[in-house]
Design a protein around this ligand. Structure first.
Ligand code: ADP
Ligand code: ADP
Length: 236
């Protein structure tokens, strides 16, 4: 089943047709299936971050539509869009974005606290995800006292607590050494396989992209080509 549909998306920074305007995205079309693990790759300046921001409702397209499970983001305003983003979408950032003043556990709980979930449910969810991602032993530590790989796994757990339909990851391996990169990509693979969550990542990292089912290459703001993996692992 289709979960994300991108129709004719254009993004112009500045006034269209006025000097200094930049067309960052030009007629992007993309369709993502439920449970897909997809990477967007492209050179610096090709529009990856712009696309991710638009797909995840952080920014608006100049024209075109983003439809997530039948819901058109253009039709959602203010609070409704905020609520949709908090409950239906998950985010993972290159620099983790954990709050330093909270413990790992409190960081993971935060999106559930904002949704006023019951404490028993929050506790169960944290324990389940901590076990899945092997971070049980660091739950009561602060982010600055754990490794980058552990912080990133905490960030993955935080992205999952409200059971989003899609997780958007912006260069999730960007600040990690190869061992932690492997660990995080294996985590995301489990998110797809065991929790059936769709994961879309933007990356420069060929190693990270090798875990995905499909890689879409963008260049100068348009989809240039894509490759799909054969069923056996790590072979395109
Ligand atoms: P990538 O993530 O692939 O490096 P970006 O989406 O950041 O690409 O940028 C695509 C194009 O849009 C580039 O030409 C960039 O300079 C331009 N751009 C990005 N953000 C802005 C902005 N806020 N204002 C003006 N131009 C921007
Ligand atoms: P099981 O079939 O193993 O009993 P459940 O669906 O009951 O699995 O879920 C077990 C735990 O995993 C529960 O705490 C549930 O909330 C959590 N869980 C299930 N799916 C997800 C998901 N997509 N993201 C985050 N947590 C999830």
């Amino acid at each position: 089943m289709n979960i994300l549909e991108v129709r004719n998306v254009v993004k112009v920074y500045g006034e269209p047709h006025v000097d200094g305007a930049t067309t960052a995205l030009n007629n992007i079309e993309l369709s993502v299936d439920e449970g897909e693990f997809i990477a967007i790759m492209g050179p610096s300046g090709s529009g990856k971050t712009t696309l991710l921001n638009i797909l995840s409702g952080i920014d608006k397209p100049t024209s075109g539509e983003i439809v997530i499970r039948g819901q058109n983001l253009n039709d959602m305003k203010g609070d409704a869009l905020g609520q949709f983003r908090r409950t239906s979408l998950g985010y993972i950032f290159q620099d983790f974005n954990l709050l330093e003043s909270l413990t790992v556990k409190e960081n993971i709980m935060l999106p559930m606290i904002l949704e006023k979930k019951k404490s028993a449910e929050m506790e169960e969810k944290v324990q389940y995800l901590a076990k899945l991602f092997q971070i049980e032993s660091i739950l009561n530590k602060y982010p600055y006292n754990v490794s980058g790989g552990q912080q990133q796994r905490a960030a993955v757990s935080r992205a999952l607590v409200n059971e989003p339909q899609i997780i958007f990851a912006d260069e999730p391996t960007g600040n990690l050494d190869s061992k932690s990169s492997t660990a995080i990509m294996e985590c995301l693979e489990r998110v797809v396989q065991e929790l059936s969550t769709t994961v879309l990542l933007v990356t420069h990292d060929v190693f990270a992209a090798s875990y995905c089912h499909r890689v879409v290459f963008i260049r100068d703001g348009t989809v240039h080509s894509s490759i799909e993996k054969k069923s056996d692992r790590k072979q395109f």
